[in-house]
Design a protein around this ligand. Structure first.
Ligand code: ACO
Length: 405
């Protein structure tokens, strides 16, 4: 009888039509009330509040509350949220054995991804995602524990003993202590350090349906547990086209070395055959200056001055920005510095090692990921994410035994 021959043209006609949109450039995958971006005007709002106002007047935990709950907290709500997050900062002792299984030179993002994914194993009796209290607790746990795990991954990678969270400190300071404090030597940090990190966390907290958040939602759409969803988000964030760009920017600036080498780098980035792009430049949505980059650029100067750090890479970065903004190639394509262009210089001034930069991003973005995951779980229109494809393979054909091939 023979196998039916597949008429691909007919198949697509018969199934009606669907949109071919590689990279989802013009496809909305969900409705969301969390974050608004106007890429042409360079506008970013969290729950309606301009990012500039939140950066100036708010703090990261308050922003996390806002993203999750839709409104800024009053005093009692703020106290209660901070109390709960603080209460959940410890990580299970057994996670230390998990960490010990990694090679010491493992990338901290690899460790973070594995350890966060494993959290589901520790809270397996509280994974009834139909229960709003289970969902809320999972969100709080993730916001509270990701910094503890992140700092533990770093300390493990340099062979230092893990430091428990000091819960008399607030969120950002607590993280910096877990990262850097050594026994018998209390850590004194200039206030600008915590302020700068808090600001970076606010700016990185959410950015609507970026690759990692869409990944969290796609995994969430299957009913998978929130720890698995966030671990998937961490994996997506790691790529150099996304959150990994902050690490790549610093490496690029180091490679460029001095302002007089900037011209060569710009020419190389314009050459499509070079395989080189200016890291920290360009954005899928912003066709104007990324409002986060504008805030970070200003902050970079202040932080470096306040910390007394003179980093020659800042001169390289400023020269590179100036060169690109005046170059026809970048102007025509509307390629502006994005959030990652200057953030690495602040992290470096805070003595955060380069391979931890994307981990910093992940700590902050956890707030956005859990907010989106929570929103999705109660969305009556949410469906399993299941994109289609344009099939380009062989038509139906008969199997040939090995001896006849
Ligand atoms: N350097 C040089 N050329 C670039 C750059 C860049 N950084 N970014 C884009 N282009 C060029 C492309 O080659 C393309 O040129 P063409 O039209 O002649 O073919 C054009 O600009 C459009 O680029 P696309 O890749 O189609 O844009 P897309 O929206 O798909 O990609 C992205 C956006 C991934 C951010 C891209 O600009 C990029 O790779 N930037 C560098 C990496 C980076 O900084 N990522 C961080 C993004 S922000 C974040 O995730 C937090």
């Amino acid at each position: 009888l023979g196998a039916p021959v597949l008429d691909i043209g007919k198949l697509y006609k018969d199934t009606g039509h669907f949109t071919y949109d590689p990279g989802f450039v013009s496809t909305a995958s969900c409705k969301s009330a969390i974050t608004y971006i106007d890429g042409d005007q360079g506008v970013l709002l969290y729950r309606g509040y301009p990012i500039e106002q939140l950066a100036k007047h708010s703090n990261f935990l308050e922003v996390a509350y806002l993203l999750i709950n839709g409104e800024l907290p009053n005093q009692a709500q703020s106290d209660s949220f901070i109390h709960e997050v603080t209460h959940h900062t410890m990580m299970h002792e057994a996670l230390k054995s998990f960490l010990n299984g990694f090679r010491h030179d493992a990338h901290p993002m690899a460790m973070l991804c594995g350890v966060v994914g494993s959290l589901a194993a520790f809270y397996h009796d509280q994974l009834d995602m139909d229960d709003p209290e289970h969902r809320r607790l999972a969100a709080i746990r993730l916001i509270a524990k990701v910094p503890t795990i992140a700092a533990a991954c770093y300390r493990y990678s340099i062979g230092w003993p893990i430091r428990y969270p000091r819960n008399n400190l607030e969120y950002v300071n607590r993280f910096l202590h877990m990262m850097f404090e050594v026994p018998s030597e209390p850590l004194t940090l200039p206030p600008v350090a915590a302020k700068a990190l808090d600001l970076l966390f606010i700016l990185h907290a959410d950015h609507e349906q970026n690759a990692s958040t869409s990944t969290v939602r796609l995994v969430g759409s299957t009913g998978a547990n929130p720890y698995a969803c966030v671990a998937a988000g961490i994996a997506a964030l790691w790529g150099p086209a996304h959150g990994g760009a902050n690490e790549a920017v610093l490496k690029m600036l180091e490679e460029i070395g001095t302002p007089d080498q900037v011209g060569k780098a710009v020419e190389k980035a314009k050459d499509k055959n070079s395989g080189f792009r200016l890291m920290g430049f360009g954005h899928r949505v912003y066709k104007n200056y990324d409002p986060r980059a504008a805030i970070i650029r200003e902050m970079t100067h202040k932080v470096l001055a306040d910390l007394g750090v003179q980093d020659p890479l800042l001169d390289v970065a400023m020269k590179l920005e100036e060169a690109a903004l005046n170059d026809e190639y970048f102007v025509q394509r509307k390629l502006y510095p994005n959030v990652d262009f200057y953030s690495g210089l602040i992290y470096k001034a805070l003595r955060i090692p380069t391979e931890m930069f994307t981990v910093m991003f992940a700590i902050a973005r956890t707030a956005g990921w859990v907010a989106h995951w929570l929103e999705q779980q109660t969305d009556p229109e949410a469906k399993i994410g299941r994109p289609r494809q344009i099939y380009t393979g062989a038509a139906s054909r008969d199997f040939k035994p090995l001896s006849e091939r």
